[in-house]
Write a protein that binds this ligand. Structure first.
Ligand code: NAP
Length: 262
């Protein structure tokens, strides 16, 4: 079977710049033949996203802050107006106040807990429901997670809880939307050098540690994450749903670093 996205259309949410995971996925999906729309948050991001989108032949950009219901209504209304239906949606969005991505998890504030879970988890439920209404013939919803959901990663703190909730939401959404032929999956890359990644305390050391100790002795590339997204959104991924697919050089299986590095 040739893995292709020819004839498929989808919305990419979460491109901030050309190092964003969403951009790695968009590039790979474009190369596989998909037609893409992009959502961005605010004018400043539009200035960065528009040239990237145009570079791969897309003039379809919509503004959407995922915490704003009116904007979300307008975003999916524009997709419906222009395309009628869609085949996939990629949710690559997360946020926590940077001051709580360092220090002790115990000090997580109510305000940042609520905001982080709202933007990083609830938004995927909202996006999946809205996208599903435009997928009468089935489709695929993808989100991005991190293994700080399952194990303690220094300073990942409230984002670990948000990603655990996001992974559980992936399973519940997969079960709800499966009868409609919609598959829901999460991709779990290792640490990547992005704006969001840099906000986490000790990011450089985490990046170096996982690259040195992962079975493949490397962190994932944007191309590898993009390739996984293409597989999951394509007909080759037709029977994979409710899954968390690791694209982390195998780091998540490791119980202890190599003794010689200690
Ligand atoms: P990124 O380039 O900074 O992308 C994060 C995106 O989320 C940005 O476009 C950001 O827009 C957007 N966003 C935040 N709040 C939003 C809101 N209220 N409404 C709409 N968009 C909002 O970082 P990234 O690393 O590629 O992150 C993408 C996803 O991958 C996230 O879910 C992240 O947790 C996940 N992930 C990252 C890593 C890593 O190490 N980098 C590893 C595993 C998983 P603004 O810039 O305007 O805030």
């Amino acid at each position: 079977m040739t893995i292709t996205l020819e004839g498929k259309r989808g919305l990419i949410m979460g491109v901030a710049n050309d190092r964003s995971i969403a951009w790695g996925i968009a590039s790979a999906m474009h190369a596989a033949g998909a037609e893409l729309a992009f959502s961005y948050q605010g004018e400043q991001l539009e200035r960065r996203v528009r040239p990237l989108a145009e570079g791969i032949g897309s003039d379809f950009l919509v503004e959407a802050d995922v915490t704003n219901d009116e904007m979300m209504d307008a975003c999916f209304a524009q997709v419906k107006e222009r395309w009628g239906t869609m085949d996939f949606v990629v949710h690559a969005i997360a946020f926590s106040d940077k001051t709580e991505l360092t220090g002790r998890f115990t000090n997580t504030s109510r305000a940042n807990f609520t905001n982080s879970l709202n933007i990083s988890c609830y938004s995927f439920i909202d996006v999946a429901r809205r996208a599903a209404e435009l997928m009468p013939d089935g489709g695929c919803a993808l989100t991005l997670t991190y293994q700080g959901s399952q194990r303690v990663i220094p300073y990942y703190n409230v984002m670990g809880v948000a990603k655990a909730a996001l992974e559980a939401s992936t399973r519940y959404l997969a079960n709800d939307l499966g009868p409609q032929g919609i598959r829901v999956n999460a991709i779990s890359p290792g640490p990547m050098k992005t704006l969001a990644g840099a906000a986490i305390g000790g990011a450089r050391k985490t990046f170096k540690h996982t690259a040195e100790n992962a079975p493949l002795r490397s962190n994932a590339t944007l191309e590898a994450v993009g390739g996984t997204a293409v597989w999951l959104a394509s007909d080759a991924g037709a029977y994979t749903s409710g899954e968390v697919v690791h694209v982390d050089g195998g780091y998540h299986i490791i119980g202890m670093p190599k003794p010689e590095t200690l």
